[in-house]
Design a protein around this ligand. Structure first.
Ligand code: B3K
Ligand code: ZN
Length: 872
């Protein structure tokens, strides 16, 4: 273990900045290995007089430092690996610095770096300090003017805001000057330089202003940005309609780059995207890609108000912009694609990523109180649970008050860096409610467990519902307080019809109960028959529920709950119980048959949406099941799940084939939600059919692959062939590679597909693929496609009893950490949950964590996660 243990940063230690920057002028002279950056900062003291000026700066080669035009001697300033320190500065002055940086050798992809021969930046959270010396913290807001100079071969020179000036210079060079009138923190700074194609459009805003829209992509790729452009225009319109938010500059730009550590970045007026979340056409992108592009384009655009105009005071407040913006993008997607289907997908993602986090060593509150590297806190808890908290707030105060609270927030905090407290205060003010209890959702980690019990009195026609909650301890939080939990509740009769009831004497079909103590009981009257309780409709709170419902109740719900979330949930609950029973060695064969019959009826329901049926048909994922059966035994879970899949496939073969034939697409491809839903159902039917061992199914899958007219169907066919295995699969895999080898985003899919292969050969295959000429460890998309997909989505093979899967992952983490700590740290998670697995596996996982911890030169990023995973 390293000895120089890094010190955590704590929320309790927050202090306002000692100096403010009123204006920044930056001048870039771009060159791949020797970029010069001149900065002129108008500095003003904000704290007491003795404090020296301390600016962040890392990996900068100093050229000069001057105050008010006077170059400082070496003795007048200190430069170390992290800071520039100048004692005895005046209260207001101009600081001029010049540094040299090396974008080409920046493989951490943070600060200014090169991707595909183009210059680009990524500054959130703390990347600006790798560009120049600066108070690199979100509460220092300043106006930026940026001059960029480069060879003309670097054709486009872009930065935030408005283009003020551009022109030619001697010696084949040119320049551009950009000004951003909105004060912003340094993490929102962006610069792009290079040869790019541009797709242009425009939009007239709610007040009649015309905004130019430009999406910059690799040469030749402009047509593939058309869907992103369409999504952008719909997002801009939606934010006006849903939140009254208008875009504020005359120009909005997006640039796509292939080398990017995560999805995309909301830099003011100049979003930078991972190309996988921007480029799409029917031949190369799946419906899932289209869906993600739509939601990420919206997310980054929505940040313009929730993130850029109003930003975070410090990084502990990250959920202030992220949870809120995820809530906004989820609401947008629900409006675009259907509320129930969107909600199910959002909850699936929450359960797959956030619930395990809450049960592991990295469990942390939506607003954490300490960290080593903020990069490690861009988590499902901050994003997805952060969005759930906003959703509960809206449920509690009601849609109208919620909108008023948002309006007040925008009015009160525009142009400022603020806190979660200030945000919540806006809702307290408009609703007149005391929301101090609600605040615990931000400060307490862990997933509450709610228990629901009921008793029905058929004489009195009353139903009493008892609710209670507990939250298991998480690291650093041994005891938990009860949270205010909104429970949206409705009733069905034994035939699945809506059962009306009275709450406080008023007849209703549905009601909101708030469980705000350890337990509560409520009595509903006028209940005409023994009810089936449909609780937590729409997943009204991010909790785990146990109830005293009978299995028959679940079947009623699965067939007819008007709340489609709960209709889906009932199917998942039934399937989970059947799989867990099998994994424990006690299969419920009668139950399985009954479940297959219920699934058959649900598929035959003409009234329900194909996208919904596709979700219904998919059994809970293996990582989801690993949470339901602890200590987890991934091999047993995989076998039990496969057994249920096979039973369903055999029982439903004819129905599934009918769906497969009936939904064959003849017309032109359209990415709209209804068409995508039909493709999803057809591919889900094929996926389930693949569990039927009959030879004709292999032919069906092969035919599906060969006939595919779009990437969604090609991947559907290839994936079914992968599940079946054999020569047909190998041939299709080779064919796919040949066809798409010059399309990086498609080859990522080729790697990811093989990483998901449940066959026993998968571990060897995946390890072999790291030596494939197309494998690029330095490209995060390619690395994640193979390594992260394998470790996260192929539990049966990753958890190989030999420990070879763990060793493979640890080797990758160590190799990647030497050049890209942020991306390496994101690979640690699959090992982190070692305590949840059966002891012989857990011990091997731990051993690899210990090997990583003992390695020389580990980054702070990986160190923090590994140390937390190993802590007692
Ligand atoms: N705000 C960025 C995430 C930055 C991650 C830095 N490690 C993208 C987003 O959430 O919109
Ligand atoms: Zn975001």
């Amino acid at each position: 273990m390293r000895t120089d243990t890094p010190q955590p940063i704590r929320l309790a230690d927050y202090a306002p900045p000692a100096f403010l920057i009123d204006e920044v002028r930056l001048a870039f002279d771009l060159a791949p290995n020797t970029t010069r950056v001149k900065a002129r900062l108008s500095v003003r003291r904000n704290g007491d007089h003795d404090q020296p000026l301390v600016l962040n700066g890392e990996r900068l080669k100093p050229v000069s430092v001057a105050i008010d035009g006077r170059v400082l001697a070496d003795a007048e300033r200190t430069i170390d690996a992290e800071f520039l320190t100048i004692p005895g500065v005046p209260d207001a002055f101009s600081l001029e610095t010049e540094v040299e940086i090396d974008p080409e050798n920046n493989k951490a992809l943070e600060g200014l770096y090169m991707s595909g021969g183009r210059f680009c930046t990524q500054c959130e959270a703390e990347g600006f300090r790798k560009i120049t010396w600066y108070p690199d913290r979100p509460d220092v807001l300043s106006r930026f003017t940026v001059r960029i100079e480069a060879d003309k071969a670097v054709r486009h020179l872009l930065s935030n805001g408005n283009l003020m000036e551009s022109g030619d210079l001697p010696n084949g060079r040119h320049y551009a000057v950009w000004n951003d009138p909105f004060p912003k923190p340094a993490y929102l700074f962006a610069l792009v330089g290079g040869e790019l194609d541009v797709l242009e459009d425009s939009l007239v805003t709610m007040t009649g202003r015309t905004v130019e829209l430009k999406i910059f992509v690799d040469p030749g790729m402009a047509p593939r940005a058309a869907y992103a452009m369409d999504a952008l225009k719909r997002s801009m319109k939606w934010d006006e309609d849903a939140f009254g938010r208008e875009y504020d500059l005359d120009l909005f730009m997006i640039v796509a780059v292939r080398d990017f550590n995560f999805g995309a970045m909301e830099n003011k007026g100049l979003n930078i995207f991972n190309s996988s979340l921007l480029l799409a056409d029917p031949a190369t992108a799946t419906d899932l890609d289209y869906e993600r592009i739509e939601s990420v384009v919206a997310h980054e655009y929505f940040h313009n108000w929730t993130g850029d105009r109003i930003t975070c005071r410090d990084w502990f407040q990250l959920c202030l912009k992220e949870g809120l913006t995820v809530f906004r993008d989820q609401s947008f997607s629900a409006d675009m694609r259907g509320h129930a289907v969107q909600r199910i997908k959002d909850v699936k993602a929450l359960r797959a990523r956030q619930f395990p986090e809450d049960q592991g060593p990295l469990a942390h509150p939506v607003r954490p109180s300490s960290y080593l590297k903020i990069d490690n806190f861009y988590t499902a808890t901050i994003y997805e649970k952060g969005a759930e908290v906003i959703r509960m707030l809206k449920t509690l105060v009601g849609a109208e008050r919620f909108r008023e609270g948002m309006d007040l927030y925008f009015e009160r905090w525009d142009g400022h860096a603020t806190t979660v407290e200030a945000f919540i205060q806006c809702f307290a003010d408009v609703s007149g409610r005391d929301l101090s209890d609600f605040f615990a959702w931000y400060e307490q980690a862990g997933t509450p467990r709610v228990e629901l019990k009921h008793s029905y009195d058929d004489q009195a026609r009353t139903l009493t519902v008892e609710l209670s909650q507990t939250t298991p301890p998480t690291p650093g939080q041994p005891t938990k307080q009860p949270l205010p939990i909104p429970v949206v509740l409705g009733l069905l009769d034994g035939e699945g019809r809506t059962l009306a009831f009275e709450r406080d004497g008023v007849a209703v079909d549905e009601t909101l109960v708030v469980l705000d103590g350890e337990s509560a009981a409520i009595t509903l009257t006028g209940v005409d028959s023994r009810p089936v309780i449909s609780a937590f409709r729409g997943f009204s709170a991010p909790i785990g529920l146990t109830t005293d419902a009978r299995p028959t109740d679940r079947y009623v719900q699965m067939a007819s709950d008007p709340d489609l979330f709960n209709r889906w949930e009932a199917g998942q609950d039934l399937a989970r119980a059947l799989i867990v029973a099998r994994a424990k060695g006690a299969p419920d064969q009668v139950g399985e048959e009954r479940f297959a019959e219920a699934m058959g009826r649900a598929l035959a329901d003409q009234a329900s949406d194909p996208a919904f049926k596709a979700l219904l048909l998919a059994l809970p994922s293996e990582p989801d099941l690993a949470l339901a059966l602890q200590p987890a035994d991934p091999a047993a879970i995989h076998e039990a799940r496969e057994a249920l899949r096979q039973r369903l496939a055999l029982h439903l073969t004819d129905d599934l084939k009918r769906i497969h034939i009936g939904l064959q697409e003849l017309g032109e491809f359209s990415p709209d939600a209804a068409s995508a839903g039909r493709r999803a159902l057809r591919n889900a039917a094929l996926d389930l059919l693949a569990a039927n061992p009959r030879a004709e199914i292999a032919e069906l899958a092969e035919g599906h692959y060969r006939a595919a007219a779009n990437m969604t169907d090609a991947m559907g066919g290839l994936s079914a062939l992968m599940l079946i295995g054999g020569q047909a699969y190998e041939d299709a895999l080779a064919d796919f590679f040949q066809r798409w080898k010059s399309e990086p985003l498609v080859i990522d899919k080729w790697f990811a597909l093989q990483a998901r292969d449940p066959d026993e050969s998968a571990l060897g295959r995946v390890m072999g693929l790291t030596a494939h000429p197309a494998f690029e460890q330095k490209n995060p998309n390619r690395l994640r496609a193979l390594v992260s997909t394998f470790a996260n989505f192929n539990p049966a093979r990753f958890h190989d009893p030999s420990g070879a899967g763990y060793r493979f992952l640890a080797d990758q983490i160590l190799a990647v950490d030497s050049f890209n700590p942020m991306t390496a740290a994101r690979l640690v998670d699959p090992l982190g949950g070692w305590r949840r697995y059966k002891p012989e596996l857990g011990a091997l996982m731990k051993q690899e964590l210990e090997r990583i911890a003992a390695s020389e030169g580990l980054s702070k990023n990986v160190h923090e996660l590994v140390a937390k995973a190993l802590a007692d």
